[in-house]
Design a protein. Structure first.
Lengths: 502, 978
């Protein structure tokens, strides 16, 4: 039949063209199974564990440990910093006000950011472990790599232990089952075990920004220092013992060398997150989160400095608690800000001079110039938005202070004195005759102001639960944050931390 | 007569007043006869007096006949006493007795036959055409003369207000800003909601490849029974553009206009005098008076902005083939300085017949170059912020440098930067049509679309924004995509008695590749080179150089069968199977079926009594399933590693290296969104004067793509692209056309379209992925509103519900009275949209206007929300009305700032005069055209017409106030036919 033949013919013609290959062809990225075959490629995978420490920003949250919002969260709930609302500025749904007043809810975006910072890092490291496990490397070659990766992961779990307590422990990249909570004690034990098991394989060298034995010791010391606060079991002597394993570091004669743009040269820094704007690192712009908009004219006569957002400042009372001789007082910027081009005080748009004051008249509607500013890290004319200084996580001064505190806690304040003398001598102040917890609490503030330690210290010293500026007494359950609402909604196997609404 | 050839050479819209000669394949023979013969000559005209070319004149009971020539003239030797029958498709056949007394020349005017017109009006339906009378789906057609005229810089705009259910929105008044098209509401949260664009049979191309002057007709396929033939790309409707092709004879046309534009509106901010009065009355001693008097909005403006457009096309053709070429140039200045759109475009179409017309070759080529200067939109907010006493320039003649954040001099921002972008578009195709075995036509169409964009930016070392801090900043970007398509299909058409059968099978393969690169540098010693020598910048950062490349494939098989009996009962069925490389491994192929029926009631004998007035009545019903795969993108289903801004420090060497990191949660189940649509429609015609259609539809989209938040742990990253939700769109569309008056001198036509659509999100969660609320309409970037959202997406609501506190006005202290709980406070979805137009001609004068409007949509006036702030004065400016508003509270998002943005825009008004030539196929028309002369609205902001589409910020007025211009143009159309 004609028609039949025609159709047959047409089909034959069509089948000549009929390509139906639908495999995706990749050009500028690689499928996971095709990567991790060479030592260089494995290095590039391990590097991802370290780069994860800088955090990330996506449509859901801003999870940068050095600025928005992980750093913000740690600072504004402590007694050293505040983020007042200025007109409309920095209201942002009230998230800072609620945090400042210890009335945060599980919806708070800063809390979600901190949670995601840790678990994104953990998931990434789990993926890297999975990837390297498949790589064909010998088991012996894998051991030091896994030790390093698991230690970085333990740092994240330590942070979760500190912030959230009862968090799920996930270690298997392939398991997408929804995990349930582990108890705070289980998380504590996990962190300790992981670090202790990794220690034999970690390098004993001093390798800046890498997870070495010294870093693991320091983190374990921190764990033991806060052991009572975390799980109710004090381990002061364990803390001292762990600190004494640490070697190869010394205090920098200049306190601010630790916060210089080139602070990787510091001999005091044990662990830091390195940043370099030329290398494309993101999330290190805290210097622009504090100064007034017009600060740039006090940095450069041509205004060649980044825009600043006029945000975080010290809580009233903090600045004046420093002796004027204390070199560390320069961690804050107060007073008249001079326009370098004119030599006179910068005038704000309101017509008033830009003079940073310690007092904040109205926390809900502060004036633009109120609050002394965070001024710890070096700033320079011509700085990029992404700054080049590294963000300090652990420095040797903390090892000294941990030992001093542990000795005081063990009722041997005299044994604390040699450690404290090193700290105070550099600061240009005297160690007092009586060394007690109250003194240590204030000294920790002065030494580590704006380094993200203060919330943990406040909790350990119990001051966290007492009223302070713009805050009433805090119930005990707020020593840890709630699990964020959006996480609870998507994982019904999780239960909320005690005290918080589900 | 050979039907197939009619289908080849007829395109929609060629019937009325056209030049096109109908193809007649029989030879007319003169047979000797003893009777007395008489040579008669004459002209055949349509009812508007336009000559009909190719009308058939046949001596009755003989095979003696002829056809009219280009001027509608004929001559024929006929027997005295016989009669001649004059027929023309779409017109009622006339019979004229030839007596001795009949004197040549005789003029015969044929009357239009509404039904017969439908029968010859050929509608593009995708991979074939169909007589309008046999359609079973919802398809609207618009011909070239009905397109919106004026300063059109994006081809989408020619459809604005013309089609019931099609909403066209130009983002801003910037001539380089694109327009969005939305048919029957959006079906997707993630994917593009733009209809699929088909140009001369090539699917998925950029609509702007075609210039308005080259468009012959546009067919809009609305319902699934019509669009299902496009399968996984048909869910948002299909717009088929048919370009003008060669006509028989020679023609030359010039269309040109020149126009002046002004910003149509401003926000009324305090002038310097008003500001000073306020400062004086309130004793604000700290307030700084800079001594100037500046209207910052006006300082940014270009008044008037000039537009010129020239378009030339020429065509020649005969029975063996033809050629048409066009070239056009448009330069449209925006009402904000530096903005403009310059477009040079050309097209070439040629076709040729071979083997006794059994084969037709078609070659088409379209190309254009766009140039424009992207605007830094931050200038608008600055213009509202700046104190009106600040002069633009200081006493040295330099830009006044002032204060703090969001307080930079907007004129400086606008001036001290170079931004030059360019885009090239190219579309070419080679199509072969072969007719064989009488009833078959095979088509092979090979096409290539290439689209390349370059971007250049330079901010000099002295520019306040980014220039100074970067010591000069230069950037170049390049991106291109190339789509190669091969389509092959066979149509079978057969008429058996009263039955018409059409069947089609086909295959198509599409290969889309894209690639690009970019580079940026800063740290320039000199600003001399601008972006032309990036190597002159010394600072290099990771990410300053990048490149990318990707590819996707789509393979499809499709078939359609259509059966019509006596043009009374019609049934159509289609099926398409689509496979896409983007789909996950578990869902590589999708099947998209449809079926539809129609019944032309007026074809029935029992309708005889009403046929005088009810000239046509047809009912249609169709159901089909279509898809949307735009939202997937490439490589989304795979587990991949990326390299990018992820660097790590090596302390041994003190250097940085790049890390490779897993980039996304893989989803091997990823697939298209699937939309099932039921459409019931009716077409009618009354007295041959009023015609229209009514459509009702119910669209149900499932497997909605959305980037779901997934719990961390255990997921690698916080989101995954997955097919989860369901949403529905239901609506009604009415189109009416009326020929109110028609005689030798006067013609008066009007058209009206009306559409309403109701959208509802039915489901957002499934077993695996759960979401109660998706926040959208971000307020981020407004002072104090970081990470705040104004809208929610939630089951039971449409997309774009404003969710916030209900405001009961102000209390005695000027504070907002707000409800305790957040609630739905507004809906960006309009209640209905309309288009209305009229055209009127009297002798050689013509007058026309078009309007369009949208009613019931509620929008957030975030501009006012932020400007009505008591903290602003005296440092920052405020609107005049703020002083009387009584507001004494910092900005807060609430229903206080929701406004009804209903509007009706007088889009165009034109007055023309046509100078007739002796040769009636030539003419010269002069006209004046006014665009956007009036907007009827209660909206307080600069322009009520906001983009209501997308998820980012639909229906939000937030300092993006580039006002649409008001334009008056003077134009000329010259058409020469010879």
């Amino acid at each position: 039949m004609k028609i039949y033949k025609t159709i047959l013919m047409a089909c034959t013609v069509l089948s000549v063209f009929a390509c139906t290959n639908l495999d995706e062809e990749l050009f500028d990225r690689v499928e996971d199974e095709d990567f991790g075959k060479t030592p260089k490629e494995i290095e590039a995978l391990v590097g991802g564990a370290y780069s994860s420490l800088r955090g990330f920003s996506d449509a859901i949250s801003n999870a940068f440990p050095a600025s928005e919002y992980v750093f913000f969260l740690n600072e504004v709930v402590s007694d050293e910093a505040t983020l007042p609302t200025r007109g409309t500025d920095w209201y942002d749904g009230g998230q800072y006000q609620n945090a400042q007043r210890h009335q945060w809810t599980p919806e708070n975006g800063m809390i979600l950011s901190a949670w995601r910072y840790c678990y994104a890092g953990i998931a990434k490291i789990n993926a890297i472990i999975y990837q390297i496990d498949k790589s064909g490397l010998s088991e012996d070659d894998k051991k030091p790599i896994f030790a390093e990766l698991k230690s970085v992961r333990a740092y994240y779990y330590y942070t979760l232990l500190d912030l959230f307590g009862n968090v799920p422990i996930v270690t298997d990249f392939e398991d997408l089952g929804l995990p349930s909570n582990s108890s705070r004690k289980e998380v504590y034990d996990f962190v300790e075990t992981e670090l202790l098991e990794a220690l034999p394989y970690l390098p004993a060298t001093i390798a800046y920004s890498k997870f070495t034995k010294n870093v693991a010791y320091s983190l374990l010391a921190r764990l033991y220092l806060n052991s009572e606060a975390f799980i109710g079991t004090p381990r002061w002597q364990d803390c001292i013992d762990m600190c004494q394993n640490i070697s190869g570091y010394s205090l920098e004669p200049d306190y601010f060398a630790n916060f210089a743009t080139q602070n990787e040269k510091s001999n005091e820094i044990i662990f830091a997150i390195p940043y370099d704007s030329d290398a494309g690192t993101l999330g290190n712009y805290m210097s622009s989160m504090s100064y007034h908009y017009l600060q740039r004219f006090a940095v450069s006569p041509t205004g060649d400095y980044q825009w600043s957002a006029n945000g975080m400042c010290a809580q009233p009372g903090v600045y004046s608690s420093f002796d004027d001789t204390d070199r560390r007082k320069a961690s804050m910027l107060a007073g008249d800000q001079i326009n370098l081009a004119t030599g006179s005080v910068i005038i704000m748009d309101s017509g008033q001079p830009l003079t940073y004051t310690e007092e904040i008249s109205n926390f809900e509607d502060a004036k633009q110039n109120e609050g002394v500013r965070l001024h710890k890290y070096q700033i320079n004319a011509g700085d990029q938005w992404e700054r080049d200084n590294d963000f300090v996580l652990i420095r040797y001064a903390e090892i000294l202070m941990m030992q001093a505190e542990s000795y005081v806690r063990l009722n041997s304040p005299d044994l604390a004195r040699p450690f404290l003398d090193q700290i105070t001598a550099r600061a240009g102040v005297e160690t007092p005759a009586i060394i007690d917890l109250s003194y240590l609490d204030k000294e920790l503030l002065r030494e580590f102001i704006f380094e993200g330690h203060r919330r943990t210290d406040n909790i350990r010293f119990g001051t966290f639960f007492q009223p302070w500026w713009e805050k009433d007494a805090t119930p005990a359950y707020r020593a840890i944050f709630p699990i964020p609402t959006s996480v609870l909604n998507t994982n019904t196997n999780l239960s909320q931390n005690f005290g918080y609404p589900n | 007569m050979d039907n197939k050839n009619i289908q080849i050479s007829f395109r929609k819209g060629m019937t009325k007043r056209s030049f096109v000669l109908m193809v007649v394949l029989f030879f007319l023979t003169f047979t000797g006869n003893a009777q007395e013969k008489k040579m008669i000559t004459g002209t055949i005209l349509d009812n508007t007096g336009v000559p009909l070319i190719g009308a058939t004149i046949l001596e009755s009971q003989t095979s003696n006949g002829t056809v009219t020539d280009f001027d509608g003239k004929f001559e024929l030797l006929v027997s005295v006493g016989s009669s001649i029958k004059v027929s023309y498709m779409g017109y009622i056949t006339e019979t004229v007795q030839i007596t001795v007394s009949v004197n040549s020349p005789i003029n015969i005017t044929l009357q239009e036959d509404a039904f017969a017109l439908d029968a010859v009006e050929i509608v593009a339906i995708g991979y074939g055409t169909m007589r309008k009378s046999d359609l079973t789906g919802a398809i609207s057609t618009i011909s070239s003369e009905d397109l919106v005229k004026g300063t059109v810089t994006s081809t989408e705009q020619v459809l604005q207000g013309k089609i019931a259910g099609l909403v066209v929105t130009q983002d801003t008044g910037d001539p380089s800003s694109g327009s969005s098209l939305r048919l029957r509401g959006g079906t997707s949260l993630t994917a593009s909601n733009s209809p699929l664009i088909v140009v001369d049979g090539i699917a998925g191309v950029d609509i702007n490849i075609v210039q308005p002057s080259d468009i012959q007709s546009i067919d809009i396929l609305k319902d699934a029974s019509a669009t299902a033939i496009y399968g996984s790309r048909g869910a948002n409707g299909v717009i088929i553009i048919t370009t003008k092709s060669t006509k028989r004879g020679l023609s030359f046309n010039y269309d040109g206009f020149t126009g002046v534009s002004y910003a149509s509106n401003h926000l009324d901010m305090l002038s310097a005098d008003q500001w000073r009065a306020y400062v004086r009355e309130n004793g604000l001693t700290d307030a700084i008076d800079f001594g100037g008097d500046t209207n910052w909005q006006k300082e940014l403006e270009r008044a008037p902005a000039l537009t010129q457009s020239h378009s030339i096309n020429m065509a020649s053709g005969n029975e063996n083939g033809g050629l048409r070429a066009s070239v056009s140039y448009l330069k449209n200045e925006g009402t904000v300085k530096t903005t403009e759109m310059e477009r040079l475009s050309a097209s070439l179409n040629t076709h040729q017949y071979a083997l006794d017309r059994a084969i037709k070759f078609d070659v088409g080529l379209f190309a254009n170059i766009d140039k424009w200067h992207p605007l830094d939109y931050r200038i608008f907010e600055r213009a509202f912020n700046l104190n009106p006493t600040i002069p633009v320039y200081d006493h040295n003649g330099d830009f006044t440098a002032v204060g703090g954040t969001l307080y930079e001099n907007p004129v400086e921002i606008l001036t001290n930067r170079s931004a030059d972008n360019k885009r090239n578009r190219l579309l070419g195709y080679f199509k072969t049509e072969a007719n064989f075995l009488n009833d078959f036509q095979a088509t092979v169409n090979v096409s290539l679309e290439h689209n390349a964009s370059t971007g250049n930016t330079y901010k000099p070392t002295y520019a306040v924004l980014e220039g100074r801090s970067e010591n000069g900043y230069g950037q170049k970007t390049y991106g291109e995509y190339t789509t190669l398509q091969i389509e092959a299909y066979v149509n079978y058409t057969k008429s058996l008695g009263n039955s018409n059968v059409n069947a089609m099978v086909g295959y198509s393969y599409l290969d889309n590749g894209y690639e690009g690169f970019g580079a940026q540098r800063s740290g320039f010693v000199s600003d001399l080179f601008e972006y032309n020598n990036l190597g002159a910048g010394k600072d290099y950062r990771l990410g300053d150089v990048y490149s990318y490349k990707g590819k996707s494939n789509l393979a499809s098989f499709f078939a359609r069968a259509n059966y019509a009996y006596d043009s009374r009962y019609m049934v159509t069925a289609t099926i398409r199977k689509d496979g896409s490389s983007r789909f996950g491994a578990n869902n590589k192929w999708g099947i998209f079926p449809s079926a539809s029926v129609a019944w032309r009631v007026t074809g029935e004998n029992f309708m005889e009594p009403t046929r005088d007035w009810l000239t046509n009545l047809k009912f249609r019903a169709g159901y089909g399933v279509t898809g949307n795969q735009d939202g997937i993108g490439e490589y989304k289903s795979l587990s991949i590693l990326g390299v990018g801004g992820d660097s790590y420090y090596d302390p041994a060497t003190g250097t940085w290296s790049l890390a490779y990191s897993p980039a996304q949660n893989p989803n091997p189940d990823l697939k298209w969104e699937s939309t099932a649509q039921l459409n019931i429609g009716m077409d009618f015609s009354l007295f041959n004067r009023i015609s229209g259609s009514v459509e009702w539809y119910d669209k149900r989209t499932k497997d909605l793509l959305y980037t779901y938040e997934v719990p961390q742990p255990p997921y690698l990253v916080g989101t995954i692209l997955a097919n989860v939700g369901e949403l529905t769109n239901k609506g009604l569309e009415v189109s009416l056309n009326a020929n109110l008056l028609q005689n030798d001198k006067v013609s008066w036509n009007t058209n009206l379209n009306f559409a309403t659509n109701t959208q509802k999100i039915e489901r957002l969660s499934n077993q695996v992925y759960k979401t109660d609320i998706i926040y959208s309409g971000s307020l981020h970037g407004l002072s104090g509103m970081s990470n705040q959202f104004s809208q929610i997406i939630r089951e039971g609501y449409p997309v774009g519900i404003f969710w916030g506190y209900e405001s009961a006005g102000l209390d005695d202290n000027g504070e907002f009275i707000l409800s305790a709980e957040k609630t739905a406070i507004g809906n960006v979805q309009p209640d209905f949209t309309v288009g209305f137009g009229m055209d009127f001609s009297y002798n050689n004068f013509d007058l026309a206007f078009t309007t369009y409007g949208s009613f019931g949509q509620e929008v957030l006036n975030a501009t006012n929300m932020m400007l009505y702030d008591p903290n602003r004065l005296a440092a920052y400016n405020v609107p005049d009305d703020f002083l009387d508003s009584g507001i004494n509270s910092a900005p807060a998002y609430s229903s206080y700032w929701m406004e009804d943005a209903s509007f009706l825009r007088l889009q165009t008004v034109s007055v023309g005069y046509t100078i007739p030539f002796k040769k009636s196929s030539s003419k010269l028309r002069l006209y004046v055209l006014g665009e956007n002369l009036a907007v009827f609205t209660d909206y307080q902001g600069v322009d009520p017409e906001l983009n209501l589409t997308g998820l980012a910020n639909p229906g939000m007025d937030r300092f993006n106030n580039y006002p649409r211009p008001t334009t008056v143009s003077l134009g000329l159309n010259l058409n020469l036919g010879y």
